[in-house]
Design a protein around this ligand. Structure first.
Ligand code: UDP
Length: 245
């Protein structure tokens, strides 16, 4: 691991140069952070589980024709992905009220929204990822109007697909965050899904008990975070035998 060129170290992942041009390696750490880095900890085995869960979900999305950066899983903690120019947005989809939406608008967590809501946050640690609108996004050239159209229609498809997939394993998809990037193909830029989809970036509640099976267990000190991530992997059928490698 150490001999490869490190490109970037984030809160939950490290990026290394891939062996082929145009590829990078995502290494999934066990580190967990919340509240813009104010709370830090470790969820043992999380990196291994997120690597598997994200592999599983991105592969399904690729299979149904949604372009993602995922190429292949390399080992327990690493996957090979396409290098993209990241669009500096966190695209959040909400099916049920929770988290910052509940706080911002004084709503009770758990209210099922009459229609899914997409929110955009500008990725900036210094500014604490502020909520922005499409007007800001296009005015400041973070993404073009055409890219936003592509990204929104992909996001809605992904939401429908993931909601159904999780429902099938007894999990309610409350909300989640996606990140997109652009790649240059056939003389033009194309938007593809990047980053990861995992219990770090989704709120997942057990369908029958509403038990939280995601990073809120860490954020809110609910305990058993590791077991919750394992439960999600187990239900998706991707629980590895040993999560400590
Ligand atoms: N989320 C994320 N990274 C972030 C902020 C949010 O993955 O930096 C995810 C979060 O896990 C949840 C959804 O996006 O599934 C909505 O998060 P929210 O805006 O409610 O913020 P939070 O409560 O996480 O601060």
């Amino acid at each position: 691991m150490s001999r490869r060129k490190q490109i970037y170290e984030g809160k939950a992942k490290v990026l290394f140069e891939g062996s082929e041009p145009g590829t990078i390696i995502q290494y999934f750490k066990d580190d967990a952070t919340a509240f813009n880095n104010q709370k830090k900890g470790v969820i043992t085995g999380k990196g291994v589980l997120n690597n598997r869960i994200s592999e599983y979900l991105m592969t399904k999305l690729n299979d149904m024709g949604i372009s993602t950066h995922f190429i292949k899983r390399l080992n327990m903690r690493e996957q090979l992905v396409r290098k993209v120019e990241i669009i500096p947005l966190e695209v959040v989809v909400r099916n049920t009220v929770a988290g910052s939406l509940a706080e911002r608008l004084g709503l009770k967590e758990g209210y099922n929204l009459p229609r899914s809501i997409i929110e955009f946050f500008y990725k900036s640690d210094e500014l604490n990822d502020p909520l922005v609108t499409e007007e800001h996004i296009t005015a400041f050239d973070w993404a073009s109007a055409q890219e936003m159209d592509e990204l929104v229609s992909m996001t809605l498809r992904i939401n429908d697909f993931l909601s159904g997939l999780f429902f099938g394993v007894g999990i309610k998809l409350i909300d989640f965050k996606l990140e997109y990037g652009r790649v240059f193909v056939d003389d033009q830029f194309k938007v593809i899904l990047a980053d990861e989809i995992s219990p770090d970036s989704c709120r997942l509640w057990d369908l029958n008990t509403n038990e939280k099976l995601d990073k809120d267990r860490f954020r809110r000190d609910l305990g058993s975070a590791e077991e919750a991530y394992q439960e999600v992997a187990r239900r998706l059928g991707v629980l590895p035998e040993n999560t400590n490698n």
